[in-house]
Design a protein around this ligand. Structure first.
Ligand code: 5GP
Length: 206
């Protein structure tokens, strides 16, 4: 177990996890982000190395073969992965690290690193999820159906997650994530070193 806390936020597309992630980072700017690797094309304004490390499929496959990923998943026809080395370096140095990744990636992380804190974000209803996805105006009828179907399947795997947040208000939801992080950092087993050093101070002053 590392000194830093690993926090993973997941949820279906349209649930607002990206917005919540951004708001949490504004409230707790000391938390480090992980820059994911993807094979998808950069969108307007996205900078390589800042928003994602953009790679070709060939480069991506080489990274898989070299065991460079903590997790990797195909999300709607593109590959996404979390590079292992920078994350463990940040945790080792005592930094808290947070990612916003898909459900499948989160499960892989929890399996490899059970100390990770996993949070699932969902809309108050499926009707609301449909409304938000439709309002984006980016989904065809087919893609809308696929995303809603995936959201149902993912939610049925809810037991893989430690926490559940209903996003009916992004600010309130982000506040809940901050509360979870603060509480997790106070867990006794994460503070054993501190307790032991207090006890040793106490014992040596006897
Ligand atoms: P977008 O292409 O819109 O930036 O992201 C699409 C989806 O990929 C989002 O649901 C996001 O959570 C997920 N994603 C982004 N980075 C990663 C990653 O490193 N691993 C996994 N498994 N999913 C990711």
């Amino acid at each position: 177990m590392y000194k830093g806390l690993l926090i993973v936020i997941s949820g279906p597309s349209g649930a607002g996890k990206g917005t919540i992630y951004g708001k949490v980072l504004e409230k707790l700017p000391e938390i480090k982000k992980s820059v994911s690797v993807t094979t998808r094309q950069p969108r307007q304004g996205e900078i390589d190395g800042v928003h994602y490390h953009f790679k070709t499929e060939e480069q991506y496959n080489r990274m898989i073969a070299n065991g460079e990923f903590l997790e990797t998943a195909a999300v709607y026809k593109n590959y996404y992965g979390t590079p292992k080395a920078p994350v463990f370096e940040m945790l080792e140095a005592g930094n808290d690290v947070m990612f916003e990744i898909d459900n499948y990636g989160s499960r892989q992380i929890k399996a490899k690193y059970p100390d990770a804190v996993t949070i699932y974000v969902m809309t108050p209803s499926f009707a609301e999820l449909k409304r938000r996805l439709t309002a984006r105006g980016t989904e065809s009828e087919d893609s809308l159906k696929t995303r809603l179907g995936n959201a149902g399947r993912e939610l049925s795997e809810y037991k893989n997650f430690d926490y559940f947040i209903v996003n009916d208000d992004a600010d309130a939801a982000a506040e809940k994530v901050v509360d979870i992080i603060r509480a997790e950092k106070c867990r006794m087993y994460r503070n054993e070193q501190c307790v032991k050093s207090l006890l040793s101070e106490h014992n040596s002053s006897k």
